[in-house]
Design a protein around this ligand. Structure first.
Ligand code: MLT
Ligand code: MN
Ligand code: ZN
Length: 296
């Protein structure tokens, strides 16, 4: 199976349109230590003919144009036949609005995510996508020869559905990990995760590649950068560094390829050679980039 990282960045992309934090400033200046990135999404195929998207980012137009494997084959004939959604955040569903123009495809998601699409009439412009409700941990055939399972992981509802005090790490199905298997190899895609529970660690340990939530390096990074009031944990994202952070757990995971994805613009791991980037790489974890290919 082959996976192409269409976008490696968290919501807003990198650099973010309205941000000149220390990391974005390098990108705006064209500093060679950083590479701009679009919002996170993964394309997967076993045969190169049909492709599954894991999430559809608002940057999907530019992502498709940059990825010849996803170009149309004939008049109104896209090789993308299915999209699986891990949650209903705008950076993961916004791109669906670009996939209208009379092309049918399947949308696989759990109940909560379908509900978020249904409540928003804008998504009714999609020409009859087949909306398939799937259940946590129950495998489904996403493409010929490719089985997928969405597994509920700790997380929270989409930002636009938050009430006064949202549950930050509920595992009721608002956020999922996607496990994709060709019968031989398994790839896990987890762009949002509030906590690495023993059960999740167990399941990830059986994968050949894990792409994991790398939103923030330090939990209070956005506060320290002066660009926000929220911690990573308040946003439903486990930070990379520190006690209980994802890096100490991922570093011990017996998985061949471990890759951070969904990286926020404030995260210093974007900077090649930064101490934070070196710490991640020394622990055996890679940093995703747009166009990265993972062949399993
Ligand atoms: C997140 O990952 O926390 C969301 O993408 C936030 C957002 O929708 O801006
Ligand atoms: Mn996001
Ligand atoms: Zn920034």
């Amino acid at each position: 199976m082959k996976a192409i990282v269409l976008g490696a960045a968290a919501g807003g992309g990198f650099p973010q349109w309205n941000c000149r934090c220390a990391v974005c400033a390098l990108a705006w200046a064209g500093d060679e230590r950083v590479k701009p990135a679009t919002q996170s999404s993964l394309a997967i195929s076993t045969d190169g003919a049909f492709w599954l998207l894991l999430n559809a980012s608002p940057d999907i137009g530019a992502q498709l144009r940059a990825t010849p494997a996803l170009w149309p084959r004939g008049e109104r004939e896209s090789p993308i036949t299915a999209v699986a959604l891990t949650n209903a955040d705008i950076d993961h569903i916004g791109g669906l609005l670009t996939l209208r123009e009379r092309q049918a495809f399947s949308i696989f998601a759990m109940k909560q995510v379908h509900a978020a699409l249904t409540m928003n009439p804008m998504f009714s412009v999609l020409s009859a996508p087949v909306r398939m409700e799937v259940y946590s941990g129950v495998p489904f055939r996403a493409l010929e020869g490719l089985e997928c399972a969405l597994v509920a992981v700790p997380g929270k509802v989409a930002l636009f559905l938050e009430g006064e005090s949202p549950k930050l790490a509920s595992d009721e199905g608002d956020t999922a990990a996607a496990f994709v298997s060709d019968g031989n190899k398994t790839l896990a895609y987890v762009p949002g995760c509030a906590s690495l529970t023993d059960r999740l660690i167990d399941r990830l340990s059986g994968a050949d590649a894990v792409l994991f939530d790398g939103t923030l390096f330090n939990d209070d990074e956005m506060i320290r950068a002066g660009v926000g009031e929220k911690t990573g944990r308040r946003m439903g994202h486990l930070p990379i560094a520190g006690e209980g952070g994802s890096l100490e757990i991922l570093s011990r995971l017996p998985v061949a390829r471990k890759i951070y994805i969904h990286i926020n613009n404030t995260n210093p791991v974007w900077i090649d050679g930064s101490p934070e980037r070196r710490e991640v790489e020394a622990a055996g974890v890679e940093i995703a980039y747009d166009g990265m290919e993972i062949v399993l």
